[in-house]
Design a binder for this molecule. Sequence first.
Ligand code: ZN
Length: 312
Amino acid sequence: MNKMYLGVDLGGTEIKIAIVDQTGSIIEETGIANNGASVPKTVIAEIIRRSRAMRNFSQVVGTGVGVAGDIDQKKGIVRFSPNLGNWKKVPLRKMLAGHLPGDIVVDNDANVAALGAVWLDAQGKARNLICVTLGTGVGGGIVCQGKLYRGSSGTAGEIGHMSFDHDGPKCNCGSSGCIERYIGAPYLSRFAKGLVEVEGSKIISKLVNNNLDAITPAILSQAALMGDPLAKRIWVDAGEKLGVVLASVINFYNPDMVVLAGGVSKAGKLLLDPVKRMVKIRAFSTSSRECKIVISRYTQKLGVVGAALLAK
Ligand SMILES: [Zn+2]
């Protein structure tokens, strides 16, 4: 029998559920709309009901769940999640045990995305991989010798809070100059708004109907592809900053692969080219030569596939 695993990607607006084989191929999938304010007990009951209704459920031998938030992996508890308001100290593993197959493994979304990237983007070939999730926040997951590296208290991989400038803007984490403060979606948008106010951009202004609060990374990508010089410059600047941080990460960790995922990574080459240029200039050539830097082609699936593979 081909062993199968159940993966649940629990996000603030959507819950994805999939049954995945040993190589990360999705056999069957389903989704539930989620409201960040929903009650954990109700959401968990719905996850159980929908999972058990899947055609291949009887073949599932293990279950993994990825949650955007602070997770106690050892106990399977969601300590806190910024996107799931009511989820505080929720004993998720305990609540799912007996209802879903195997030992239930719970981890945070960036960690499971890293595991997903090993099987989807690297086709199972990368042993040492870093996955950077670029969204509202900037997260990171570390795979070391084929396994997730979680650190002593389970918080390893917080690439978003590597400081880029000791004198930089204050970050929510208490530090200052963290890379998240420059390329997290809301900060990038706000930075762009400030520049458009000073320098002007016909293309960006038109795309947002002169409402500069409506600038998003997607708008900036669109404007850059339409030839807007300011939007292009913003991406070069964002990519170079991320590249400087990644050059340090690559020197420090010497990975086979760095995978960029999440909404902001949809900028594609606009972001990737300056990242690669900076890494080439700044990282040791012996480490940067061996390291492939890519934008994930599977951003939407990394979480749910990685969650399933947690159970493997
Ligand atoms: Zn920070």
